[in-house]
Design a protein around this ligand. Structure first.
Ligand code: ADP
Ligand code: MG
Length: 458
């Protein structure tokens, strides 16, 4: 059995015990470099695959190898290009594990055009300084697979999750790696809010064609926080055409949102189905252990230390938003530097009082419900209790009434009072209407659950 045959057999076995996504992500472009007595050396395309294979899939790989080579007791990975077959053969080899890494064939003029072109990438975000744990490992796996072969596997890649949980970090890190490995790529990172503003500007200045061209030319488009598409018909329309063009040319698109596609209200069906046709991965809140690891990573980056009691205190108390955790940590570091002495736990408790009290607002209040509902439907809180009778406002109003009854258990007269001094019969009507609709409308059910997550979760 040659090394290649052995590896193909091992891959065949491993493939059976993993999901397709995990398998492609971690085993594409791998090969056995050599087998020396009792150790196998595997070539993998990047450091992430190395870590993953050596840590997470160690037993799986070793067990499989040992079936054929019982003498082998260990294996190690090295980063490199799997070059077991001469290049020519590789190109005709249909085996997906041997696909050659894509080489950018971009004509020079494009690179020149790109002078002064802004990628908006921020080099401070990388995969190395991201802590990977069960809350984000799927999203990370998908991003790292996209980074290895943009446009190939997961297009579009859609990452979603709550505020401050590392979505932008993941997107930027992916962009940075792709740009590093493909310097000729036209890459652009932009938030949906800015994209929409740029579009408005382009319309006003009659430069819509230039605007579109700028995006259609890209090799990689990263759009952050696309929940801002909700209710923006014109932006959705233009974005759809750009999306189609990029997609059809095999250009990678990466999107993020605070919610899954189905929970973005008023998103055109054609966009929703495009988003759902790619890879969707979520990021969740990190557990305590991971929060400690994140703090340590940040300290390492800043080349500083903080007392362990303080680390544990922060990790325990700030649990739903890594940005706040980082903010609190920075506050402590700066204070220590200013005073030129270590901050005590007592001082830390005082310093982080505000952040921690807002993290702990457990009780459901009518205000919280109204603002969550308004937020979800991209309208103003006032509009829910206002007099407007447009469809765009009526639905959110009814949903708010339903939740006030169901979750806060307000009486119907109190609900009427809360929603702009309406009669209790209005509240009853709305409540019954939503209740009925929920029996048959799965989408509405998901949307309600999403709104609920925002206020019950912490
Ligand atoms: P989001 O875009 O989801 O709101 P960000 O990507 O802006 O969140 O993350 C907020 C901050 O938390 C950033 O500074 C980011 O580096 C940090 N962060 C979030 N998750 C992690 C993680 N797993 N490891 C390291 N830093 C993280
Ligand atoms: Mg973000």
């Amino acid at each position: 059995m040659t090394n290649e045959e052995l590896w193909q057999t091992v891959l065949g076995e491993i493939e059976l015990s993993l999901s397709k996504a995990s398998f492609t992500t971690w085993f594409k472009n791998t090969a056995i470099q050599e087998i020396d007595d009792n150790k196998v050396i595997i070539v993998v395309p990047n450091i992430f695959a190395k870590e993953w294979l050596e840590k997470k899939y160690k037993k799986l790989i070793l067990d499989s190898i040992q079936k054929h080579f019982p003498k082998v007791v260990s294996f190690g990975c090295i980063v490199g290009t799997a070059q077991v077959v001469p290049e020519k053969e590789l190109e005709t080899n249909k085996n997906p594990h041997h696909l050659k890494r894509k080489v950018s064939k971009k004509p020079l003029y494009k690179i020149q055009q790109s002078t002064g072109f802004r990628t908006n990438l921020n080099s401070k975000y990388s995969f190395e300084n991201l802590v990977i744990s069960s809350n984000n490992d799927l999203a990370y796996a998908a991003c790292s697979s996209v980074a290895t072969s943009p446009g190939d596997n997961y297009n579009p890649l859609f990452i979603y999750g709550g505020v401050g949980l590392g979505k932008t970090h993941l997107l930027q890190a992916t962009g940075n790696q792709i740009f590093q490995e493909n310097p000729a790529f036209l890459v652009r990172y932009i938030s949906m809010e800015r994209f929409a503003n740029e579009l408005v500007g382009a319309i006003q200045n009659k430069k819509i064609k230039e605007f579109k061209n700028k995006y259609i030319d890209l090799d990689l488009l990263i759009l952050d926080d696309i929940q801002f598409l909700a209710g923006k018909e014109k932006t959705q329309e233009e974005f759809f055409h750009i999306f189609e063009s990029l997609y059809q040319h095999g250009k990678q698109i990466i999107l993020s949102s605070d919610r899954p596609p189905k929970s973005i209200p008023t998103l055109e069906d054609r966009l929703r189905s495009r988003f759902e046709g790619g890879m969707i991965a979520d990021v969740n809140k990190p557990n305590l252990e991971t929060r400690v690891a994140i703090i340590n990573k940040k300290l390492e980056e800043k080349n500083t230390t903080v007392n362990e009691d303080i680390i544990n205190y922060l990790a325990e108390k700030i649990h739903h938003n890594v940005r706040e955790l980082e903010g609190a940590l920075n506050k402590i570091i700066v204070t220590s530097q200013l005073k030129n002495k270590e901050t005590t736990l007592k001082e830390v408790i005082e310093l982080t009082k505000d952040i921690i009290s807002t993290s702990h607002q457990n009780e459901l209040s009518p205000e919280k419900i109204l603002s969550s509902v308004a937020d979800f439907y991209s309208i103003k809180t006032d509009e829910i209790s206002g007099r407007c009778r447009k469809k765009k406002v009526i639905k959110p109003r009814q949903v708010a009434i339903y939740l006030l009854r169901k979750d806060v258990k307000l009486s119907f007269p109190d609900i009427g009072e809360t929603i702009g001094g309406r009669d209790h019969s209005t509240a009853i009507y709305a409540y019954e209407k939503i209740k009925k609709e929920l029996e048959k409308n799965e989408l509405l059910k998901d949307q309600l659950n999403f709104i609920r997550e925002k206020f019950v979760d912490y």
